[in-house]
Write a protein that binds this ligand. Structure first.
Ligand SMILES: [Zn+2]
Length: 88
């Protein structure tokens, strides 16, 4: 990965991307699937609940530093471990 540095005053740290991970993606899709199937059964109310729960779980995002893999917040602008600036 090549990043062209823009020269500014002072030492410029490398810029890396935040990596978004979906730790619950597999579980969430399974719950969604079960929910969809249940929508066609007398227990469809529970099915709808499962689908909504599955979608909510799927939207869980975890962010890590693209340089060192340290877990960071979505709003972090710099990795606290390797001091790398975090771009978009
Ligand atoms: Zn880092």
């Amino acid at each position: 990965m090549s990043i062209r540095k823009v020269s500014t005053a002072g030492p410029v740290k490398a810029v890396t991307k935040r990596k978004a991970k979906r730790p619950l993606a597999v579980v969430a899709s399974l719950i969604c699937l079960v929910g969809i199937v249940m929508c066609f059964t007398p227990g469809w109310v529970m099915g709808v609940v499962l689908v909504v729960a599955g979608l909510a779980m799927d939207s869980v995002r975890r962010y890590v530093c693209g340089a060192c893999g340290n877990r960071i917040e979505k709003t972090s602008v710099m990795c606290p471990v390797c001091q790398t600036r975090l771009g978009k």
